[in-house]
Design a protein around this ligand. Sequence first.
Ligand code: HMG
Ligand code: MG
Length: 309
Amino acid sequence: MCLPKERMKQYPKNVKIVEVGPRDGLQNESKIISTSDKVKFIELLSQSGLKEIEVTSFVHPERVPQLADGDDVVKALKPHPAIRYSALVPNLRGLERAIKSGIKRIAVFTAASEIFTKKNINMTIDESLQTFKPVVQEALKNKISVRGYVSTCFVCPYEGKIGKENVLSVASSLLELGVDEISLGDTTGAAVFLDVKETVNYVLSKIPKEKIALHFHDTYGNALANVKAGLELGITVYDSSSGGLGGCPYAPGASGNLATEDLLYMLNEMEIEAGVKIDKIAEASKFIQNIIGKRLPSKQLQKILSSAK
Ligand code: HMG
Ligand code: MG
């Protein structure tokens, strides 16, 4: 499809997708998946053209049992020079494990709401920033780059609507610590495009758009509209998960992330280049769907799978 130039002016020409299925996707699955199946899933995703994949987390193994084998997953990955693999790290203990595994990128994670932060990482927002300070310093010393997440940027499952001032304040503090990118999360999928426009626009009054990524869950079907709002603000990095796997165990009711296949379909139709092959993502999703034994929510994935029959 060739779109009139006038219509396309307001959108970026290229975007980057950060695939979070192996971490955000699998962390919510109760059936424990073997390390070798996780590694195979990541290897299939690595054949698609993705440049960044979040593969696991180094959190307390009892808090997220599915990812307790993060150390072994990272050690078993085949190196792909064009792909950055990353993992969540909540504290120095997590960083120690990350360094031993050999991973070259980590993500620290906090939130714009106090109650969610406490339930998720057992810290206040201030304590989380204090905890991350030496984590970021040590990581950078070890040539490990660091991303920062701010969860519950629009709506918190415990506190309701979140003020845009909180989001800017936490994002700015993370940048001061030395993270190179901030991913703003709609953890429960409750935001609509007007919330995204308002909050992200406000954040962009102080933080350059090149530093911002957006992370949408699709609980109520708003994720693609939210991406469109982000594109109109010039944001070029989007997190999504293969097949729409996902959720956060500490955000009741949150469902899967925006599906990578559904995001790619929209971007392709808008002639926005992500450099990722939708059929290859669908192959990876098909593999993991068979392993977890339930139909994944991505509409494009299901279309691709039924047309291949
Ligand atoms: P805590 O219990 O307060 O930790 O948990 P602590 O520092 O008091 O330590 C207690 C024990 O845990 C100690 O062991 C530590 O060594 C051990 P002991 O001395 O009692 O034997 N420990 C660890 N072990 C392994 N790895 C570690 C680690 N840290 C401490 N890293 C903690 C605090 C942060 C660790 C815990 O609350 C936790 O692991 N939380 C993780 C929650 C999580 O993973 N949530 C999902 C990810 S966030 C998300 O999905 C949102 C996102 O997608 C964006 C969005 O959608 O908005 C990113
Ligand atoms: Mg998430």
